[in-house]
Design a protein around this ligand. Structure first.
Ligand SMILES: *Cc1c(COP(=O)(O)O)cnc(C)c1O
Length: 485
């Protein structure tokens, strides 16, 4: 029976008739989610998906309804046990953040409000602006700096390259493309740069051939002398250097380019300095690690991820640009249907759509805001310092085990090593897969000087030294078995 006091409902509405039942089910789902998180450390990090579960995703188009409780049950059976596993303290693969409860709840509240952060005058925009101002302070950028929350550093690096290009060529390039330039623009990054930097060159129309890959020194940092030589050579050949992309925290070994020296060179040569600081830029939060990002406050633009070392649930990244005018010049436009007003909901210019390629944007900033406020930046910096401490323990354990070999210096939170044996590439690859399938731990692999390495990135705030010791025990077990087998 309909409550006579309840408002008239649209016959097409998706809101429930039985609000009490929705409320009960919603609480059940939240309790289940919290139970799941509490139980994570006892379970496997990851498990292969049984074929019948995979097949269940082949169900026909759901033309008719199903009760929310049933769909949740299916989720609990098919989806929940088969995540990536990066919430687990023994997830060491790639660079994956662990998430956090405050951020998870913030994400739920963002979906509740269902705000569109493309622009207009509402509190969501103020939340994102505040996050940007806070990050400006974290990185030591001037009050002229702008920023925007994006999906991640792949997007932020692409946008950073686009802003650098428009700044070099002028806004005419937005209509005329690269025809406005009579010389070939070239950019520089190290051979250790993330592949999304090359993709940013592809997408911005400059082409990845115009990205010079500068060799690195023994510590995997960009070789400054080589950079100068390559740049001088390009100038002699009539090409125009316009951009240096430094890396704070390389993805394979966690090395830091000398940002301060890159800033000197960019200043002397009048180039744009973009820093891919996907995870490493956040060393600015830790008094013990701040020295690794010396000079970051001189960058023209910075890409950073909240979803890695800052533990915000996926996805959330950031682009910061030193000069707001340059940032807007690359993206701003105002068709009639997006006209700005000085009062009413269409006020609040500039809108976030003026700072990036997207119009409709989610309220990602809210989970970032919750995470920053609830824990405080000191505690988040301390998480980062602690993961580096655990990484040093892991390195020391590797050095203490004669069967293992350290493959690269440990500058921050990533340790690359291998089990010493004949046919080492195959055996180490097999060790990593066996560990993943056993559920004990999830490392990943990379290649150092052409050799396959087991790679452990300590990113999760839950990871302790006992977890990395279990990883090493597992590597030794599988290594001995595979060596003899
Ligand atoms: C992870 C990472 C990226 C890509 O960032 P996404 O957030 O995954 O898009 C770029 N550069 C570095 C150094 C990274 O670690």
């Amino acid at each position: 029976m309909r409550d006579p006091k309840a408002p008239e409902r649209s016959p097409a509405t998706l809101d429930p008739e039985d609000r009490a039942e929705l409320r009960r089910q919603a609480h059940r789902m939240l309790d289940d989610a919290l139970d799941f998180l509490e139980g994570v450390p006892e379970g496997p990090v990851w498990r292969p998906m049984p074929p019948e579960i995979r097949a269940s995703f082949d169900a026909p188009l759901p033309s008719g309804p199903s009760p929310l409780a049933n769909v949740h049950e299916e989720f609990a059976r098919s989806v929940l046990p088969h995540g990536t596993g990066n919430v687990h303290p023994r997830f060491f693969g790639w660079v994956h953040g662990g998430g956090n409860p405050a951020g998870m709840l913030g994400e739920m509240l963002a979906a509740t409000l269902n705000s569109n952060l493309g622009g207009r005058d509402h509190a969501g925009v103020e939340v994102e602006r505040q996050v940007v101002r806070w990050m400006r302070q974290v990185f030591g950028l001037p009050a002229t700096a702008s920023g925007i929350v994006v999906t991640g550093s792949s997007m932020a690096n692409f946008m950073g390259v686009s802003v650098a290009k428009t700044s070099k060529l002028g806004t005419a390039t937005r209509t005329a493309g690269l025809d406005v330039s009579n010389t070939k623009l070239v950019a520089y990054t190290s051979v250790r740069a993330h592949s999304c930097v090359a993709r940013a060159m592809e997408l911005s129309g400059l082409g990845s051939d115009a990205l010079r890959l500068v060799p690195v020194d023994a510590d995997h940092r960009m070789d400054i002398a080589a950079l100068r030589t390559m740049m001088a050579h390009d100038r002699v050949e009539g090409r125009t250097p316009f951009l240096i992309v430094g890396t704070a925290g390389t993805v394979d070994v966690g090395a830091f380019d000398d940002i301060a020296t890159l800033a000197d060179i960019a200043e002397q040569e009048r180039l744009w300095l973009h820093v891919d600081g996907a995870f490493g830029s956040l060393c600015a939060l830790s008094p013990d690690l701040k020295h690794l990002v010396r000079g970051l406050d001189r960058a023209d633009s910075i890409a950073c991820d909240f979803h890695k070392w800052m533990q915000v649930p996926y996805d959330a990244g950031l682009l910061m640009v030193r000069d707001e005018q340059a940032h807007r010049a690359a993206f701003a436009n105002e068709p009639a249907y997006l006209a700005r007003a000085t009062r009413g909901l269409a006020a609040g210019s500039p809108w976030f759509t003026d700072f990036g390629p997207e119009l409709s944007r989610g309220f990602r900033a809210l989970k970032v805001w919750f995470t920053m406020k609830v824990y405080g930046l000191d505690a988040l910096g301390n998480v980062i310092a602690e993961t580096c401490r655990v990484a040093r323990d892991l390195r020391d354990r590797v050095l203490a085990e004669p069967e293992l070999e350290l493959m690269a210096p440990v500058a921050s939170n990533i340790v690359c090593f291998r089990y010493r044996t004949n046919d080492s590439d195959r055996v180490n690859d097999e060790i990593v897969i066996a560990l993943q399938e056993s559920g004990l731990a999830v490392p990943s692999t990379t290649r150092i000087d052409g050799k396959l390495a087991i790679r452990a990135a300590i990113v999760n705030h839950r990871t302790r030294t006992s977890d990395v010791n279990l990883l090493i025990d597992g590597v030794l077990d599988h290594g001995r078995r595979l060596r003899n087998g």
